[in-house]
Design a protein around this ligand. Structure first.
Ligand SMILES: [Zn+2]
Length: 94
């Protein structure tokens, strides 16, 4: 197995506060996302770009996100390739 197994990510959601539209990052369960939903999400830990993977076999990996960039996986405590020193992504999604 060579992938990240993060079951949560952050999703940018639109809020309306005092008639003002404000985008905020909210932590969500990956299982609540649809597999086509690849935009407006990022890693909870390093804010790097992530990709949604849905569980497709009964005993396979659960719904999760993986880093799109291997360097993020190496530098993120949620990453499979984590080398031990957590850093924020060099190309964060803001
Ligand atoms: Zn990360």
């Amino acid at each position: 197995m060579s992938h990240d197994l993060m079951t949560k990510c952050e999703q940018r959601c639109l809020f309306k506060i005092n008639d003002e539209k404000i985008w905020k990052w909210v932590e969500v369960e990956v299982s609540a996302l649809t597999s086509g939903e690849q935009t407006n999400i990022r890693c909870v830990h390093c804010h790097g770009r992530v990709r949604v993977h849905k569980q497709n076999v009964q005993h396979g990996p659960k719904d999760h996100v993986e880093h799109r960039v291997k360097r993020d996986s190496e530098n993120c405590k949620g990453g499979h390739y984590f080398k031990g020193e957590h850093k924020m992504s060099q190309e964060p999604v803001n």
